[in-house]
Ligand binder design. Structure first.
Ligand code: FPP
Ligand code: MG
Length: 329
């Protein structure tokens, strides 16, 4: 299994520069805000988005070393902090107590303060971006934040109505996850002055990778062996119909479909129903079929890299695609 550490190897210097930049820029006044911010910053997770920015910048730079500049650090910070804020808000919406094996912000400080921390991070992020004067990067990255909200709202509406189609599912995961990964990959290219065509290719690459990333996330929610730091089965408890269950519902006749939907409705309060639904999805091939859809997006992402010459950065991006498909955390 390819490790993220090995994928980071070609851009370690750039990632260190980004970490130092983030630490310098992201400070908070007041003990409580500072404590909350430190919790959020120290439980940031895998850092896939900054890694995408750095690898894309390095692969698209016209001269060696051109990818270590402040614009790359800024782009990496902007995408990562949008992601961080969105998960803080997401845990409030989902009433989740755990994130990455640690208590969520809402579990520690309650929802009303958690919402404010998310808002604060977004506001500071925007202010730092604007003060930098790098308006092309700020508008490229922050201009896509609305997509995340659209995806979340659509998801909440579908969960409430218990309705889902393949097209709507793909629309949701495109907006809530793939759009920001597309922005991350393309921002790396933009930061080093790549051509408009190359910026577009990187956006498409990041989006295909993002679709695969979210489908794998949805598969891991059904996988007892996953090490995501989140309890498995949460999607069922929240009434979410994600791809593994959707594929089973699509194959079912009307009677069976009604039965499954009735059982899904009870999952928020009945652990036995959660286990039963997990078993049905696994036994009837939902994970297997969802994996095939995910692999299609991975193949598309890898294909988009073929217009680039071979380099350690391109190899690392190909490995990132494999990592996303095989990850268990
Ligand atoms: C995780 O999904 C959530 C997202 C990828 C997006 C969350 C977006 C918002 C809450 C909208 C607000 C946006 C901003 C910019 C503040 P999940 O619940 O399926 O995954 P999980 O299992 O990791 O919680
Ligand atoms: Mg969630």
């Amino acid at each position: 299994m390819i490790s993220l550490d090995s994928i980071r190897q070609p851009v370690l210097k750039e990632l260190d520069a980004y970490e130092a930049f983030l630490e310098r820029q992201f400070t908070a006044e007041g003990d409580l805000l500072n404590e909350m911010l430190q919790h959020a910053l120290s439980s940031r997770g895998k850092g896939v988005r900054p890694l995408l920015v750095a690898l894309s910048a390095a692969m698209n730079a016209r001269t060696a070393g051109a990818s270590g500049g402040q614009r790359v650090s800024l782009a990496a910070m902007l995408v990562e902090m949008i992601h961080t804020a969105s998960l803080i808000h997401d845990d409030v919406i989902d009433e989740a107590d755990e994130r990455r094996g640690r208590p969520s912000v809402n579990a520690l400080w309650q929802s009303r303060k958690a919402v404010l921390l998310g808002d604060y991070i977004l506001a500071r992020n925007m202010a730092i971006g604007l003060e930098s004067g790098q308006f092309d990067l700020v508008s490229h990255i922050c201009g896509r934040m609305a997509a995340l909200c659209e995806g979340e709202l659509l998801q909440a509406d579908c969960a409430a109505k218990q309705s889902m189609t393949r097209r709507t599912y793909l629309d949701i995961i495109y907006k809530k996850t793939a759009a920001l990964l597309g922005v991350s990959a393309s921002a790396g290219a933009l930061a080093v002055g790549a051509t408009r065509d190359r910026v577009t290719t990187m956006r498409r690459f990041g989006e295909a990778l993002g679709m695969a990333f979210q489908i794998q996330d949805d598969i891991l929610d059904y996988s007892p062996s996953a090490a995501t730091g989140k309890p498995v089965g949460n999607d069922l408890r929240e009434g979410k119909i994600t791809l593994p269950l959707l594929l089973i519902l699509d194959k079912a006749d009307d009677k069976r479909r009604a039965e499954l939907l009735a059982r899904l409705k009870t999952c928020h309060q009945d652990e036995a129903a959660v286990e039963e639904m997990q078993r049905i999805v696994i036994d009837e091939g939902g994970l297997h079929e969802a994996r095939a859809v995910m692999q299609g997006y991975v193949a598309r992402a890898v294909q988009l890299l073929s217009e680039y010459d071979d380099s350690p950065y391109r190899t690392a991006l190909v490995h990132l695609c494999t990592f996303v498909a095989e990850r268990n955390k």
